[in-house]
Design a protein around this ligand. Sequence first.
Ligand code: ATP
Ligand code: MG
Length: 584
Amino acid sequence: MKLSKLYMPTLREVPADAEIASHQLLLRGAFIRKSASGIYTYLPLGYKVIKKVEKIVREEMDRAGSQEILMSAIQPKEIWEASDRWDRFGPEMFKLRDRNDREFCLGPTAEEYFTTLIKDEVKSYKQLPLNLYQIQTKYRDEKRPRFGINRAREFSMKDAYSFDTTPETMQVSYMEMYRAYEKIFDRLGLDYKIVEGDNGAMGGKKSHEFIALSETGEGVIAYSPTGKYAATQEKAKVVYELPERCERLELEEVYTPDSTTIEAVASFLGLKSQNCIKAIDLMVSGNPVIVFIPGDRELNMAKLEGYLMTPEHEIEMMNDEQILSINSAPRYTGPIGLSEDVRLIFDKSITQMDNLVVGANKVGYHIKNANYDRDFKGEICEDLLEVREGDIIEGTNEKFKFARGIEVGNIFQLGTKYSEALNATYLDENGKEQLIWMGSYGVGVTRTVTAIVEQNYDENGIIWPMSVAPYHVIVTVVNPKDEIQLELGEKIYNSLVELGHEVLLDDRNERAGVKFKDRDLIGIPIRITVGKRAAEEIVEYSLRRETEKTEIFAKEAIEKVSGEIFNSSVKDNLSKALLDLFEN
Ligand code: ATP
Ligand code: MG
């Protein structure tokens, strides 16, 4: 492709609302354009990168025995009602009506849709296992779309669904996808961690997230230094270090003026914040729920959502009026003396500590020496706490370390949640009707592109790995008005194209500085510069990733390009082959 023809409106300025490097560089390098909040257009360079990521995803999915189909982005309401997710998905789901008032959604994912597709045609154990996938646009009306195509409202996802006869074979299918994902993210050149995830709204028991390491990532990984354990912060279990047990003392109401925070109460009473219970006043699906945790910790919302089996959008903080209506006072809520209809939920640690300080449900007062069972009671939840760096990892002497990253893939063992809801069954060897066991597997195709950029850039722009670079080589003609330069540039360009490489020729009548800036910005891996020594057939050869530049004959440069591209594809194949070897 000649740059004089390519639609590549690069930007000099950093766009005002782009906070992270990938967002800035993808806009500046003319890969994407915003059309509305969280909704983007892929320009020629950007769309090429997306197609390369898709190609790698397709190859590995096909190799793993999954078959590609394409379902509509529009899904009927009824199937979502059957699984009880039409309302549960909440405001994130884009909903629409046709002219006959029939309701649909723009698919945010497709467990129901795929299950519906196969359920009437898969009838016998002989037709299983089955694994189907699609690469299809997904829609989620995210609360906070941000970072460009990293958290968008319209994005491309590869989603796959496995269908099996037993929990054991479901696990086999799951592990096949796990390995396919390793290959995909290896080939994309990402530095990533595989961590245990929280199943959240998807249901089922076990899941893993593939997280590309990046300081700008929204995900926090809690992992053990020896690498034996890694989970998302939502999932990682807290082993709370309990204080020593002691004799239970008499209840005592104390005046605690202006002490509206845990720290203030603790310091006023000369106690540790651990001994002062933190109350979180919530309305859950319209009903009052108070959650109690030790004063030195934070509530983990994902764990609470899991315990309550309630989606996030149905949980909100109480307002002052609501707090007053349950017989309490804002910032002084405690478990003693609240109205009967309030649901009280305690982190288990509360039940294992003595003489705690709790809010007295009236302004300016707390109660000392409150003890679970003797003075208050409620539901006990095993673990509602947010894990911290330095916390002990269950069953080990190791302590959690944290890293940040971008979730690029997520795989789930779903069990029979969707087959039960949609009545997807098969007949086993004995002619008995059984539920199908399912898994679901997602790769964020467009988000992955942002993760690749976050891991591959410098102050001048993007540095694409060869496997996803929009073009392999850029040939820059320093002064296209000089016929000798232009002629040599075109000759090199034509030979490289002939050899099957993907090449850009910068033949624009622009200043050399502009061209060099653009080629750094768009991150093409191999560069050939045709300048003053064109008459001698000498060009400059360099790699985007390295600073070294060499002057060589044009012929040699063409050979080097081929070698470089060949090597990187060998490396790519080698990593696939090695993975296979280790598996078998
Ligand atoms: P997140 O926790 O980041 O909101 P999720 O867990 O809801 O993501 P999944 O339902 O697991 O997402 O979707 C599968 C994959 O799709 C994710 O791993 C991610 O790579 C991608 N993805 C999800 N939401 C978005 C989004 N809003 N924009 C771009 N990609 C997304
Ligand atoms: Mg996920």
